[in-house]
Design a protein around this ligand. Structure first.
Ligand SMILES: CCCCCCCC/C=C\CCCCCCCC(=O)SCCNC(=O)CCNC(=O)[C@H](O)C(C)(C)COP(=O)(O)OP(=O)(O)OC[C@H]1O[C@@H](n2cnc3c(N)ncnc32)[C@H](O)[C@@H]1OP(=O)(O)O
Length: 191
């Protein structure tokens, strides 16, 4: 870790997740550190096949349109501000949306390694209600791999660094070509 990167961290088992005060980010010019508040100045992880994704698809106008970044340790980071339409309890996020945030961040730990994998099993601990319309910090880390099985963990915190929700998941690596071939045709989807 380069000097000057501070971690606001918590341990889950053997793994430490945290949102650093400064981040090493990828830019078009190379790599540099920026304050976490300037995360959007970096080059987000892209996935050209997932423009329509509810979580990260930048073309999905009703989705979350999350942008993810990778720090120097391979940790996935994102800042999120949830709109009012994602409400569950008054003023707070719906639990399904919280699960989506954690799932999406964990999936990007695979993406960062060019692994195409789907969520097979996931668990969520909802520790505190998640407020809408305020900046949240989302982090995820790849924990281990065994054959096609990838284990990942994620955390959601408020801007003060307080832990609101955690997730763990099992992803199974798939063959993207076979997945594409098995997609229902547009004709079938319209009928
Ligand atoms: C670079 C180019 C890119 C192009 C990309 C184009 C295509 C992109 C496609 C996809 C991108 C994904 C982007 C992520 C999006 C965010 C995450 C989501 O929202 S994903 C959506 C929600 N998830 C699903 O809809 C999955 C539905 N489930 C399935 O399709 C299957 O179940 C699948 C593929 C996940 C696995 O099925 P099996 O038949 O291949 O595998 P089996 O044999 O059942 O399990 C594999 C291993 O896992 C163990 N396993 C299964 N469940 C377990 C559990 N609960 N605990 C422990 N082990 C378990 C099994 O025992 C087996 O182990 P042993 O290999 O024999 O050692």
């Amino acid at each position: 870790m380069p000097p000057g990167i501070l971690r606001n961290s918590l341990s889950i088992g053997k793994v430490t997740l945290g949102f650093p005060a400064r981040l090493l980010i990828r830019t078009k010019e190379g790599q540099r550190t920026v304050p976490s508040s300037k995360l959007d100045k970096g080059e987000p992880l892209t996935h050209t096949a997932l423009h329509g994704c509810f979580g990260c698809g930048q073309h999905n106008r009703t989705g979350l349109r999350l942008r993810f970044y990778v720090d120097d340790t391979g940790q996935i980071l994102s800042t999120v501000r949830l709109a009012g339409r994602f409400e569950g309890p008054p003023g707070h996020a719906h639990g399904g949306i919280v699960a989506t945030l954690l799932d999406e961040a964990m999936s990007k730990t695979n993406r960062a390694q060019n692994i195409v994998a789907m969520t097979r099993h996931m668990e969520v601990d909802y520790l505190r209600p998640v407020p809408l319309r305020t900046t949240l910090q989302l982090t995820a880390r790849h924990l281990s791999v065994e054959g096609r099985k990838h284990h990942c963990a994620a955390e959601l915190r408020n801007a003060a660094g307080e832990l609101l929700a955690t997730g763990k998941a099992l992803f199974i690596a798939i063959d993207p070509a076979r997945f594409q071939a098995s997609k229902p045709s547009m004709r079938a989807m319209k009928s």
